[in-house]
Ligand binder design. Structure first.
Ligand SMILES: N[C@@H](CCC(=O)N[C@@H](CS)C(=O)NCC(=O)O)C(=O)O
Length: 219
């Protein structure tokens, strides 16, 4: 576990990604680095460390990415930046717009979990999780399958002919679904196969079993 750092002293080249010790809003960014074979510092702070660090972050929230004297905030802005830098964002504006569109639709899966997760009342949380995992999310998965099939039948990737942020995000946001509802892909076989292809990207396959984290099954 790292200690709280003074953000103003960050001048070295190299990427430092700071988040809490779970997947949440940081795992897409982590996996973008991993799949591109780019080294980064995967800093995971405890909740006790957070109040002191919060005051020094641009938006008072995590994740943040620091590199070469710059500090970026907002997970999606960071993910887009890393995807661009590592050529995982499509080759032109149209491809990039489709990557954004698909990533934003996939984000509904993540938002549903977050919304339920922060419910104070346990029975509200359970009910919202159940509805999300067993009903609403299945519509989103069906929509994503349609987008995938539109790209040359759906046996490759979401956009163009190589892995992009959209494919990696599908992997990330569906991890909790498989944990909660193992048959969630039963009506979306192409999506299931794409998820498997992402999981088999050599760098990702190597990273997954060695993730340094506390796994909570949904975050
Ligand atoms: N829109 C922001 C939301 C960031 C966010 O809500 N982060 C949470 C953790 S998932 C956080 O920092 N919570 C602590 C706090 O708000 O004090 C993003 O996508 O980065």
């Amino acid at each position: 576990m790292c200690s709280v750092r003074d953000l103003t002293t960050t001048t070295m080249a190299g990427y430092k990604l700071t988040y809490f010790d779970f997947r949440g809003r940081a795992d897409l960014i982590r996996l973008l680095f991993v799949s591109a074979g780019i080294e980064f510092e995967d800093i995971r702070i405890s909740l006790d460390e957070w109040p002191a660090l919060k005051l020094k972050t641009p938006c008072g929230r995590l994740p943040i990415l620091e590199f070469g004297g710059t500090t970026l905030s907002e997970s999606r802005a960071i993910a887009r930046y890393v995807a661009k830098e590592t050529n995982q964002y499509g080759k032109d504006n149209i491809e990039q717009a489709r990557v954004d569109m698909i990533t934003d639709v996939a984000d509904d899966l993540m938002m549903g979990i977050m919304k339920a997760y922060w419910q104070k009342n346990q029975s509200d949380q359970d009910e919202m999780m159940k509805t999300h995992f067993q009903q609403e999310s299945l519509k989103t998965l069906a929509l994503l399958e349609t987008f995938l099939v539109e790209n040359n039948g759906g046996d490759g990737f979401f956009v163009g002919d190589k892995l992009t942020m959209a494919d990696i995000y599908l992997f990330v946001v569906t991890e909790p679904f498989l944990a909660k509802n193992p048959s969630c892909f039963k009506d979306t076989p192409k999506l299931a196969a794409l998820r498997q292809r992402v999981q088999e990207v050599p760098q990702i396959a190597e990273w997954l079993p060695n993730r340094p984290e506390r796994f909570s099954a949904i975050m």
